[in-house]
Design a protein around this ligand. Sequence first.
Ligand code: NAD
Length: 475
Amino acid sequence: MGTGGGSVSGTLRVVNPANGELITSVPAVSAAEVAVAAERAHRVFESRIWSGTSPRERAEVLLRLAGLMERDAELLARLDSEDAGKPITECRTGDVPGAIESVRWFAEAADKVFGRVAPTGHDSLGLVSREPVGVAAAILPWNYPLAMAAWKVGPALAAGNSLLLKPAEATPRSALHLAALAAEAGLPDGVLTVLPGHGPVTGTALARDPWVRALSFTGSTATGRRILADAADTNFKRVSLEMGGKSPQVLLPDALHYGDELIENMVEAAFLTMGQNCTAGSRVLVHRAIADEVLARFTAAAKALVVGDPARPDTQMGPLISRTAFTRVADAVDAARAAGARIHTAGLPHGLPPHGAYYPPTVITGAPDGSEVLTRELFGPVVTVQTFTTEEEAVRLANATEYGLAASVWTRDLDAAFRLSRGIQAGVVSVNAYSEGDLTTPFGGWKQSGFGGAEKSTSAFEQWTSPKTVWIRTR
Ligand code: NAD
């Protein structure tokens, strides 16, 4: 998977994908520097300056952090929009408020998640608690830079760990600002360390580091495979993986009951963040009886999306992260066309900056079985449409992928909705919505999308803590 901004050894070049211009250069952390940072994080953990505080005290620092993020919300939105090419409105209304809410939610949860007492006899007491792992690490993707940082920082710090955070090459600035805000909020030095760097150098060093006891990764399946192998090869650090997807949107014969709301949700599912979204609904599976009408309305809505400068508030689709990503998407669509598929697109508007990696919203019908556009995560504004006639066929098509992150099902028939949500192999199935739920619901994928349910909700604490049983013999 491409990582956007180009790089030279020792430096990350942060490039604006909207125009190809250099925004800034950031020093890239070397493997030796990772080792130093990890050892320091270990010493800070052992000092108990953070790990020894009460959960309530930790909650208060994290609540202050959420307040400071709110103060700097506009700046944070601008950093992610410029670095990742995301429409500013999406950052202002989605990513940044979501990140603030996440830090606040985990702060509030810090002193509300209880351990357990085992049902023993009267001569003993079994206490089951969850303890911080010590040094924890998180490796982030570029598509939701601040939001993914917040999903990790919130529970990892609330649990009392020291955290090493590696942002993606293309998008280091919001994580660096988050660390500055954490210091301002009163987080002790060395508890949160942001390590911008190259995946194969900085990321590999984290995955192989002997002090790191738990590593949470969000990114591509190929990188996840490497990280798991590195962990196995070194100290068996606990790894949680949140990876790619090829998520279906299943429309049963009565789905058009939801009218414009259905079409709007389909468009959001397919084209949010230019389709560079792990849960993108990149495969529409529609019942044959309504396929023509759905295709006409969906295609018209996709063609009407406003493509342009991400800094403009009315822009709905900005550029892809890089020219490399553009070529990957364009090649896959060209191959589908050559194999006989039909491509529906309005093309790009005139006047876009020539060096921006813009790709138009694209709908594909008639892709041959097994073709790349049906099976591979393209990570771009491209969605395929396939038809079915029976529920069994819909489930078979939905599951005809090595991914299992998300799915949506549209119908008023409660029994059918339930049957499909049981039958589809995915970590999150939403009914009559495109949604990952909210912070109260666990998030994660099945199959090659990940280990499932490790993010959000109180379940998130499981990836950042280790269970401990204390057995007390009473007399
Ligand atoms: P990527 O795998 O290229 O990079 C992700 C991170 O891994 C980056 O920080 C990168 O520097 C680092 N990395 C790269 N090589 C590494 C290595 N050998 N060892 C350790 N770290 C390494 O992914 P990306 O292109 O940044 O992000 C897009 C992918 O992320 C997509 O597949 C998308 O579906 C997935 N994603 C998943 C979720 C989810 O919650 N499931 C959320 C967002 C994105």
